[in-house]
Ligand binder design. Structure first.
Ligand SMILES: [Cu+2]
Length: 107
């Protein structure tokens, strides 16, 4: 195969991989996450949408997921999650740590 064809195939494969990232949604309501346990498959990148339905901002934070971002009241934020190994990855809302906690369960 010539070099141009090879480069094209790599491009197509990479594109298909990116397009297959599934989207998962978490909501924040009354300073709690729903679902508190979000299941996603191992070894696949994913898109995570965090919808804040509360009238106050929340900071969505997860050290293992390397995310830290304020989600304003009544709005949403989108995050790309790298392919992860099976395990539990905690997250919390830093502005309401007593109630806003959860885990991404990768399996
Ligand atoms: Cu923080």
């Amino acid at each position: 195969m010539n070099r141009i064809a090879t480069a094209f195939l790599i491009f197509i494969t990479g594109f298909a991989g990116a397009a297959s990232a599934e989207t998962y949604t978490l909501t924040i309501k009354d300073h709690k996450f729903d679902p508190a346990e979000l299941k996603i498959p191992a070894d696949k990148p994913a898109t995570l949408v965090v919808k804040n339905l509360d009238g106050t901002p929340e900071e969505f934070e997860s050290k293992p997921l390397r995310i830290e971002k304020v989600v304003p009241a009544n709005s949403e934020a989108t995050f790309q999650i790298r392919a992860l190994k099976a395990g539990r990855y905690k997250f919390f809302g830093e502005f309401h740590e007593d109630t806003a906690k959860g885990e991404v369960v990768v399996e």
